[in-house]
Structure formats: structure tokens, C-alpha cells
Design a protein around this ligand. Structure first.
Ligand code: SF4
Length: 360
């Protein structure tokens, strides 16, 4: 990769990546790929800040969809304990605990094909009350139509999560109850309603390298890019059709994180499901490759939560710190926006200088 090409990747986000270009990135020597991803990362973000979200399942199991990776699908027998929609007070209690544990965003997920109107009333109230705590709010409720998206936006929902999961070609091997274009339509609807988009995929589902490239290509086609891009490593749950699928080499996973960082330079790339199974070294490499967001997990966070404790220890070892709550750009003062732009500009200049140094 030439310095000019590396600098071009640090510049404005692109939506026209070709598969050949993406495959070239994947094929770079590992150190070169990570160096380029670091350059892009440092041009747009504080390289040592990690956004921390907490995920709560507000309705668990018995989902009519047949996503082959998912223990919540009603099509598979995974011994999962099903739960009806949680009461609003319980959700708010958990959101408060998440905030005290350092989360800046509270994500609520329901195993639905799409929300029913009577459920939406409760969900809107959850959004209002969680937001009133000073947390960013995110929901994943399945497919939504324009009216539902507008209602969620009016309640104050900041982000809507809806993953593309995999490439268009491989998609039919994983889900048959909704189409790829259904997913794209929901993402467009969410964007039209004015919410931020969280969308990514799952790796290690038996897909090929070309599918991983094509997934990232589809995500990059979205304009604007999703603000948040979860990259999940499949968690193989007994009882699901993917329980015995071959493991993906962790270094391939790191490559995908790095390519996502380069192609989606302004998005938060989230190290998501599968993180608990990763070694500290793999997680450290993922942060180095440009991941800058994590889930603390779907359990209530308390000081006694071993996962949260392990995360805090890993942050300390790596010198990482939680990103301060990202304010809605519209809420920022002009001075704050100018200061942020100046900071980004200065960072881009420092990185460009680094690229020139490295090329001589
Ligand atoms: S729609 Fe969501 S909850 Fe339902 S099976 Fe698919 S991934 Fe699981």
C-alpha cells in the first residue's frame, strides 16, 4: 500500500468499495493491515477510548424467525428459558446499574419478528425512562415499519440495531424467514426516522472469505455508514444448527475488524458477541485493529460481576478508558463542534506525518 493510498483511506468515508479492493486489504501482510487500520483509527478517534454499552434482553426466546445461530429462535431446542416482555421498572433498575458500572449506552433487545403495537407502547416508555437517566438508548426489536420507527424516534430512541448478519450470497444458508432486502428496508426506515443505525454481522458461521468481504461491502454501501458496527464471532450454542460449525481462525477475525475500521472510518466498530470466549491477547489485537466499542454483556452489572471485573482489569492492562458519553451532535454547541473538528484535523495531520515517516 502506497502512502498516497493509505492517506486516501484516512480521508472521507466511501460507499463504493469493490470486492477486489476489499480482498486486497484482507490479503495485506498482517502488520501492514494493522498499521493502516491504526492510522485510520487515530485519524478519527481517541485510540485509547472504548465506548461501553450494556445489553439487556427485554423479551427472551420463542422468536418466530429461524436464524441458525440464535438460541432464541423458536425453531430450535436450546433449553433457553423464555421470558415475556420485562416490566418497565425492572428495565429501568438494570439501566441504572449499568450506568453506575460505567456504561454510556443501554441496549435493549427483544426476540420478535417485529414489535406489535401493544408492545410498542411499553417499549416507548422504556426508552423515555432510560434516556431520562442520562444514558444513550438503543433497541433491537426486529423489523419495523415507518410508523413504528417514527414512534420510537419520537420517544427519544438514539440507535436502532438491525444486523445484516452476512453476505447477500450466504444469507439464505442462515435465515429463510426474512430476506436480505427486508433487512435493508428496515435500516432505511430507521435512518429516515432520524435515528442512528447500528448494523453489523457475525463471522465464523461457515461463510467463506469472500462472504466476509461482501458483508463489509454491503455495510459500507449504506449512506451514511452505520454509526455503530458490531462484528460478532459466532457463539456456538448447542441445539442450534451451527453448533458444530468449524471455528474461524482468530487472526482472520482480527483481519475483518481491521478491514472494517479502514472501510468504515467514522463508525464505532464493536467487539460484540463471542468476546467472552476470546483470549486477552485476541481482544488486545482487536482493539489495536480498530475496535472501539464493547458490550459488557447481557447480565446485570454489579461489582461482583466477574465479566465486568475482567473487563476492567483488561482495560487497566491496556491503558484503555471508557469513552465519555457521545452527545448528540445536534445538542453540541458550535464551539464544541469546532473544537472537535480541530482535534480531528490535528489528529489527521499527525497521522499523515506518521505515514510519510514510515514510507521513507
Ligand atoms: S430475529 Fe433475532 S431473536 Fe429472532 S431468531 Fe433471529 S437473531 Fe434470534
Amino acid at each position: 500500500m502506497t502512502t498516497a493510498a493509505a492517506s486516501a483511506n484516512i480521508a472521507a468515508p466511501r460507499h463504493d468499495w469493490t470486492l477486489d479492493e476489499i480482498n486486497v486489504l484482507f490479503a495485506l501482510p498482517f502488520n501492514d493491515l494493522l498499521f493502516q487500520a491504526q492510522q485510520v483509527h487515530r485519524a478519527h478517534f481517541d485510540a485509547n477510548a472504548v465506548q461501553v454499552s450494556t445489553l439487556l434482553s427485554i423479551k427472551t426466546g420463542a422468536c418466530p424467525e429461524d436464524c441458525k445461530y440464535c438460541p432464541q429462535s423458536g425453531h430450535y431446542n436450546t433449553q433457553l428459558e423464555k421470558e415475556k416482555l420485562l416490566e418497565i421498572e425492572k428495565v429501568v433498575t438494570q439501566a441504572k446499574a449499568a450506568k453506575e458500572a460505567g456504561a454510556s449506552r443501554f441496549c435493549m433487545g427483544a426476540a420478535w419478528r417485529s414489535p406489535r403495537d401493544k408492545d410498542l407502547l411499553a417499549v416507548e416508555e422504556m426508552v423515555r425512562q432510560v434516556k431520562a437517566l442520562g444514558l444513550e438508548t438503543c433497541m433491537t426489536l426486529g423489523m419495523v415499519d415507518g410508523e413504528q420507527a417514527n414512534r420510537l424516534a419520537a420517544a427519544g430512541l438514539d440507535y436502532y440495531n438491525h444486523n445484516l448478519d452476512t453476505s447477500p450470497d450466504y444469507y439464505g444458508e442462515i435465515i429463510t424467514t426474512r430476506t436480505y432486502s427486508d433487512r435493508l428496508e428496515t435500516l432505511a426506515t430507521v435512518r429516515e426516522a432520524g435515528m442512528k443505525v447500528c448494523s453489523g454481522g457475525i463471522l465464523g458461521m461457515g461463510e467463506g472469505a469472500r462472504d466476509r468481504s461482501a458483508l463489509l461491502q454491503e455495510l459500507a454501501k449504506l449512506s451514511p455508514h452505520p454509526e455503530s458496527v458490531p462484528i460478532n464471532m459466532l457463539v456456538k450454542v448447542p441445539g442450534t444448527p451451527l453448533e458444530d460449525v468449524e471455528d474461524l481462525d482468530p487472526l482472520e477475525f482480527i483481519r475483518a475488524i481491521a478491514v472494517a475500521r479502514i472501510m468504515l472510518p467514522q463508525s464505532h466498530v464493536r467487539l460484540s458477541a463471542g468476546r467472552e470466549q476470546m483470549s486477552e491477547s485476541t481482544q488486545a489485537l482487536a482493539f489495536m485493529a480498530g475496535a472501539n466499542s464493547i458490550f459488557y454483556g447481557d447480565k446485570l452489572l454489579t461489582t461482583g460481576n466477574p465479566q465486568a471485573e475482567r473487563d476492567r482489569a483488561l482495560f487497566a492492562k491496556l491503558g484503555l478508558h471508557p469513552e465519555r458519553r457521545t452527545t448528540c451532535e445536534d445538542d453540541d454547541t458550535h464551539a464544541e463542534r469546532l473544537a472537535r473538528q480541530a482535534e480531528q484535523h490535528a489528529r489527521a495531520e499527525r497521522v499523515a506525518a506518521l505515514a510519510v515517516d514510515a514510507s521513507v
